[in-house]
Design a protein around this ligand. Structure first.
Ligand SMILES: Cc1cc2nc3c(=O)[nH]c(=O)nc-3n(C[C@H](O)[C@H](O)[C@H](O)COP(=O)(O)OP(=O)(O)OC[C@H]3O[C@@H](n4cnc5c(N)ncnc54)[C@H](O)[C@@H]3O)c2cc1C
Length: 397
């Protein structure tokens, strides 16, 4: 019998396995991942930003874990020779209205105790000659990394510490008794004292499989990107972000440098018709049925109808998408935007149609479920894993 069976080989499942073995060497642990490789879903399809923690309510768990997570991600990269860069983030206001909102955001940056500078239009021209704006905040702690590199290193350490990782094995059922939990998979059964589920886009389904009565669903939101060729990689030196619009659920299209020297524009936020449909937004009957039978879906759509139409226009027309990017980087041309696979966010939505903002943990007596881990959960993975480990040890004791 194992002490722990972990479901999900994204950054949260792996960080949890790593921290369990660090805290209690000798722990008998197996992690199963349904794909043939680690980080196949959200973790391997994200923007690769190490977030500093600008946007979150001061004092909130998200703010705290993001700040700690950014520091620990950088330390982990340094200790393990993983490439990362602290390039800093410029949040750029392009008109007077945005400049007003930028000042409000500055208050939040101060309250979150982040190191930053106010940048005037003239300074912006000096440090980013290809970026247009009236004012900006430069947040120094933001950076970039490839989270798949981190996952692969975590996996090496887990295996080296006696943990087992099984790829291509899918959880299909869960049975629980007073003394053990049985994870039924397409390859057989795994018996453990405790199960930990970090299944991203499938988190609600697995919680229900474990018998938890949930009043939410995971809705998939596509983040569509374009890659800007390496030859144009010198166009921007920092991460270039818009001033967030408080009426919209996601941050808005940004220019993100990537560690290989190119940069991406995006992601937008389109409702996805399938949970794992990376190559195109085509309907998957089971995913559509789950979405359409959930009352929260209609309430959410009603409250974000205008935002949805805005996103759809950008998704359907590359030219419209380009115009949104040119607001910040006017010299971008249509030919600079090369196709790139989309990412799909697992966004938990409650039955009253609200986006669940905080990390959400649910439990049975022998299982722990991470049911909402939106951005910046890749940045915050190590401190989130600490929280999961503390809960798991309480359960196991
Ligand atoms: C477009 C986009 C951009 C983002 N940008 C950033 C960013 O720049 N910075 C940041 O910090 N965060 C970002 N995020 C958020 C971040 O990527 C996620 O919060 C994080 O990757 C969540 O990790 P996870 O391990 O919970 O999920 P995942 O990476 O989705 O992993 C879950 C795993 O569980 C497996 N699984 C599911 N069901 C089963 C089953 N039945 N049996 C076995 N295995 C199963 C899946 O195959 C998957 O590999 C972004 C996300 C997206 C989508």
């Amino acid at each position: 019998m194992y002490d722990f069976v972990i479901i999900g080989g994204g950054i949260l499942g792996l960080a949890t396995a790593y921290r369990l073995l660090q805290e209690r060497p000798g722990t008998r642990l197996v992690l199963i991942e349904k794909e043939q490789r680690l980080a196949h879903h959200q973790t391997g399809h994200n923007s690769g930003v190490i977030h500093a923690g600008v946007y979150y309510t001061p004092g909130s768990t998200k703010a705290k874990l993001c700040k700690q997570g950014a520091e620990r991600t950088v330390r982990f990269c340094e200790e393990h020779g993983i490439r990362y860069e602290r390039c800093g983030k410029l949040i750029v206001a392009t008109d007077a209205e945005e400049t007003g909102r930028l000042r409000a955001l500055e208050e939040r940056v101060i309250a979150n105790a982040l190191d930053y500078e106010n940048i005037s239009a003239g300074q912006l021209r000096e440090i980013e000659p290809n970026v247009a704006g009236e004012a900006a905040l430069l947040v120094h702690a933001s950076g970039i990394v490839n989270y798949t590199d981190i996952c692969n290193r975590l996996a090496d350490i887990i295996r080296g510490s006696g943990g087992e990782i099984r790829l291509g094995e899918t959880l299909t059922g869960i049975r629980e008794s007073n003394s053990e939990i049985v994870a039924e998979t397409d390859k057989g059964e795994i018996t453990a004292r405790t199960a930990i589920v970090c299944a991203g886009l499938q988190g609600d389904r697995i919680a229900m499989m474990a018998g938890i009565d949930i009043d939410f669903r995971v809705l998939p939101f596509r983040g569509e990107y374009y890659r800007v060729a390496k030859a144009r990689g010198e166009l921007v030196k920092h991460l270039i972000y818009p001033v967030p619009d408080p009426s919209l659920p996601f941050l808005g299209v940004h220019l993100t440098r990537i560690i290989d020297g190119s940069f991406t524009v995006g992601p937008n936020a389109m409702l996805s018709l399938g949970r794992e449909t990376y190559s195109g937004n085509y309907p998957v009957p089971k995913d559509m049925a789950d979405m359409m039978s959930f009352p929260g879906f209609y309430k959410l759509m009603a409250s974000f109808a205008a935002a949805g139409l805005y996103e759809m226009r950008g998704s359907l027309s590359k030219r419209v998408y380009l115009e949104r990017c040119r607001k910040y980087c006017p010299s971008l041309e249509l030919g600079d935007l090369e196709p790139m696979e989309a990412g799909i966010r697992a966004q938990t939505v409650s039955s009253d149609g609200k986006l669940v903002d905080d990390f959400l943990f649910l439990e049975t007596s022998r299982s722990l479920h991470m049911c909402n881990a939106p951005s910046p959960a890749a940045t915050s993975a190590l401190p989130i894993a600490d929280e999961i480990v503390a809960r798991a040890f309480r359960k196991a004791n």
